[in-house]
Design a protein around this ligand. Sequence first.
Ligand code: NIG
Ligand code: FE
Length: 408
Amino acid sequence: MLLTDIGQLIVVPPGPLCGAQMRAPARIDGAALQVRDGRIQWFGPAQQAPEDPERVSAGGGTVVPGLVDPHTHIPFAGERSGEFERRLAGESYLAIMQAGGGIRVTTQAVRDASEDELVAVNLPRLQRMLTYGVTTCECKSGYGLTAEDELKQLRAIRTLKTRQPIELVATYLGAHALPAEYEGRPDDFIEMISDPALLRQIADEDLAAFCDVFCDAGAFDVDQSRRVLQRGLEAGLRPKLHADELKQIGATVLAGEVGAISADHLECIDEAGIAALRGAGSVAVVLPGTSFFLGIEHCDTRRLIEAGLPVALSTDFNPGSSHIENLQWIMAIACCQLRLTPTEVLVACTANAAAAIGRADRVGAISVGHQADLLVLDTESLAEWLYTPGRNRVRTVIKSGKVVHSAA
Ligand code: NIG
Ligand code: FE
């Protein structure tokens, strides 16, 4: 298949792209791109395009890699709009969590749901995300908080992989919150949730590739988090970390110490954390939807880019701290409030997001041999796309060379 009439092709190279490299991607005006066997076979100026019997017109639109959302809390059940109202009236996220609300409320809803129900309520979410241009997405457990309910969430993810076109990458987040029945006994909970036999089962059944922990005030401390991540590593699950979101407790330094593939949130990151990520080659995943939704300070993302880190962006889609499923909305916040350039934002949502979930060799780039995951936008440039927050400019979504969504 030859994609022709591309007004502007944004040539994002494979990630991770560090610091100033995030501004480097080239553009080709008047481009074409050839796909063979689901992969990019050739791209360049249209006049030089190879012959191909099957031609598809991009109608003069901009073409970019399919978006990658590297941090979501799909699958979840229930909703927390009451808590949203309480926060708007002045209560903090942490105070609500410490009073037994927050994650525990969603845990109850997830425990009450069957695996089939989890699939049924989360399938439409993924179907909508596809229309916003997401072609690869990370999904976490973390609302079951018993071995059985965590496995149920991971199995729901496995089923969701087969029900819709977005490629899903699973993460085990058993240490997400202390469930009520373990109140006052966090170390017992940590033992249960990081039982080596459970972690081995998760790895052996290929139910997750990564192990994540919520390492923060009100959640788990550095020692507890280290224990879980090290056991995960021993079972073959690569570490990730929810770090420096609510308070600075040394979480990002831990991420570096265990060689995490990414450290996520980072609103309160310090110099030691930046140095630790640089040393470990971890991706800094910034979640501005969370700071927007919670009304807290954004992560100083410019500082991370200037420090030479590869920065990715993500929705953190979940029912409590970021009830935002549209990655384009995150891109808009990143431009308007984090003051990232459109090119930096695109790289953060493609090449670097792919690197944050260990898929940079295959997705998130316009590169020969990469999977042909592409978006055709109805705009003449990248800047025009991000200049229209709230309006879906994705006209066509292509996954592995096949059109999987077209706007009406
Ligand atoms: O990434 N920070 C921890 N976990 C989620 C919130 C989950 C929830 O509130 O349900 C987050 O923000
Ligand atoms: Fe999260």
